[in-house]
Design a protein around this ligand. Structure first.
Ligand SMILES: Cc1cc2nc3c(=O)[nH]c(=O)nc-3n(C[C@H](O)[C@H](O)[C@H](O)COP(=O)(O)O)c2cc1C
Length: 374
């Protein structure tokens, strides 16, 4: 990194040129229409971050297929051309500010609270997830025990990611991020306690990583070499906040060096605190990602103030910094930070209803009719 590089200098994410190094972290807002299309209030929501100076926006996780990928009620999807095209007004208004927009492709696997296409969830193995469903996303109670995916189900997952990526490209997104983090489907394959498979998708770490590299290959074949493709990793899960990769830096070395040659352009790493040692002592996960992949890396986690952001950017040698909760409190965080304005603290009350459509505000206590579609 040269001295002239700072949070506000122009950047390059893979092949994508960006106006600065500040990225809106992907945040599920469960504010789509029931059919998974997005509407005008979400356009307002995303536009605020573009107007507020973010160089890149990563959307909330978008489900990829009409089998088992949907995780939440009112989650937006990319499982049809209509859903993808509904993003066009958002894409256009964001890009008019000079901001790039990346679609996050997400399969919830066993952590599905609601799926209008299926009564069951499906995962690498039939193991009931730890933890409880999240009320913030209209979930309640325990997760159900998922079906174990057949190889045909896995082929459907690959096809779903490939089709969703192609639709994202056709709709005008600047790239896609494959959600491999936070305990959702891909992470369920990676994690030994949720993956007891005995085929080529289970067993040693290389096999448990296979779903990632297969998805990247399928996505790359669908969108071509020039379209931006990245993968997000974490150790922690929404239903297991203490989890660390059991073989520590050996796992980091293998994961990041295998994914580096899979055909992606960038890695996005999230930890509760971007600078914390990944494994009790020593380097942070984001710096291990940089070391073992050599790719452009987006780092995320726990940054609030402009001072913290600058220090993380320099000390962790990240190429980009993604902000989540503090951006909900300050959609104009980049402009505030650049001009020395006051950054508001995040308050959990801000989770709602920022992007919420009015009818979702009345949702509490209503039962949801599950509609099955082929
Ligand atoms: C309301 C909310 C929704 C989130 N949804 C997603 C998501 O859809 N995909 C994802 O990869 N991470 C999601 N995350 C995690 C954030 O991207 C980010 O990693 C996390 O908030 C930590 O960053 P922060 O400390 O800057 O908030 C979500 C976080 C919040 C607070």
């Amino acid at each position: 990194m040269t001295n002239s590089e700072n949070l506000f200098s122009a950047g390059q994410l893979g092949k994508l040129l960006t106006s600065n190094r500040l990225v809106l972290a992907p945040m599920t807002r469960v504010s789509a229409l029931e059919n998974g299309n997005v509407g005008p209030l979400m356009a307002e929501y995303y536009n605020e971050f573009a107007a507020g100076g973010f160089g890149v926006i990563i959307t909330e996780g978008l489900y990829t297929d009409r089998h088992y990928s949907q995780g939440y009620y009112r989650q937006p999807g990319l499982s049809s051309n209509e859903q993808a095209q509904s993003w066009q007004p958002i894409i256009q208004s964001v890009q008019e500010h000079g901001t790039k927009i990346i679609a996050q492709l997400m399969h919830a696997g066993a952590l599905s609270s609601y799926n209008r296409f299926s009564e069951n969830s499906a995962a690498p193995s039939a193991i009931q997830p730890k933890g409880k469903q999240m009320p913030l996303y209209y979930g309640s109670g325990d997760y159900s025990q998922p079906l174990a995916m057949s190889v045909n189900d896995i082929d459907n997952v690959l096809q779903g990611f490939a089709d969703a990526a192609r639709r994202a490209k056709d709709a005008g997104f600047d790239g896609v991020e494959i959600h491999g983090a936070n305990g959702y489907l891909l992470d369920q394959f990676l994690t030994d306690y949720t993956n007891h498979r005995e085929d080529q998708y289970g067993g040693d770490l290389r096999n448990r990583l296979r779903i990632y590299t297969d998805i990247v290959a399928a996505v790359r074949a669908a969108v071509g070499d020039d379209f931006l493709v990245g993968v997000r990793f974490s150790q922690k899960k929404v239903n297991d906040s203490q989890y660390c990769w059991p073989t520590a830096e050996d796992a980091a070395r293998e994961i990041f060096s295998v994914i580096a040659v899979s055909g992606i352009d960038f890695l996005h790493i999230t930890e509760p605190d971007i600078g914390q040692s990944a494994f009790n002592e020593g380097a942070s996960l984001v710096s291990l990602a940089k070391k073992y992949s050599g790719l452009s890396v987006i780092g995320n986690g726990g940054v609030v103030t402009a001072e913290q952001a600058s220090a993380s950017f320099t000390e962790q040698q990240v190429d980009f910094l993604a902000l989540g909760k503090v951006a909900l409190a300050n959609p104009d965080w980049p402009n505030l930070a650049r001009l020395g304005g006051a950054i508001k603290a995040f308050d959990p009350a801000m989770f709602t209803p920022l992007a919420d459509l009015p009818s979702a505000r009345d949702y509490a206590n209503k039962s949801v009719a599950v509609c099955f579609e082929s």
